[in-house]
Write a protein that binds this ligand. Sequence first.
Ligand code: PGA
Length: 241
Amino acid sequence: MRKIVIAGNWKMYKTQAEALEFLQGFLPQLTETPEDREVVLCAPFTALVSLSQNLHGSLVRLGAQNVHWESAGAYTGEIAPSMLTEIGVRYVIVGHSERRQYFGETDETVNLRLKAAQAAGLLPILCVGETKQQRDSGETEAIIFNQLEKDLKAVDQQNLVIAYEPIWAIGTGDTCESVEANRVIGLIRSRLTNPNVSIQYGGSVKPENIDEIMAQPEINGALVGGASLQPDSFARIVNFK
Ligand code: PGA
């Protein structure tokens, strides 16, 4: 059975106070949320402790946005897996296109981070996807297959979520057609050894398109940026019909 995972990626938004204010508006809207779905908030590191303390007893799981592969060491600015698990973090985004594009993340470091996250008991959400230029020149499949091959070397596919995030759809309002997202996600699945990996779609997911996206048979969830920042809009997304 593939688990449905709806994750908010807050990126570099929300102070600790703003994160707690979000919860006040968000949690009361989850009373009717079906238990077949996992709801995750991937918050900035500085908000994780407060969120963790305020999520007890709720069905919301906590996620981080990156993790280093060493357990400790002289790595200024990085966060070790045990620093996350200690405070109740369960999920971690790895290889987001913004990390790859702006911070020099490579398939090799993505692979190291995935394995370290799993070894610590975190559930990584691996992001893959093509640029507009790659799509226009017919390279979508080749790019994604190449990412999967390198990123997933020796990675445990029993403890993994993948997010298909076409880069041209992130933060642009330009959602990938749900049928096309379903097609690419089917192709991603065909390259996996575990057919039950949950695969999310990400890129301009909103209250207006979530029902259609989740109606697609291959799509098992969503990774949501901008629309996860407001309690009402993210609540409507996690309560998709
Ligand atoms: P978006 O971001 O929903 O704002 O397009 C998605 C993501 O970057 O994960």
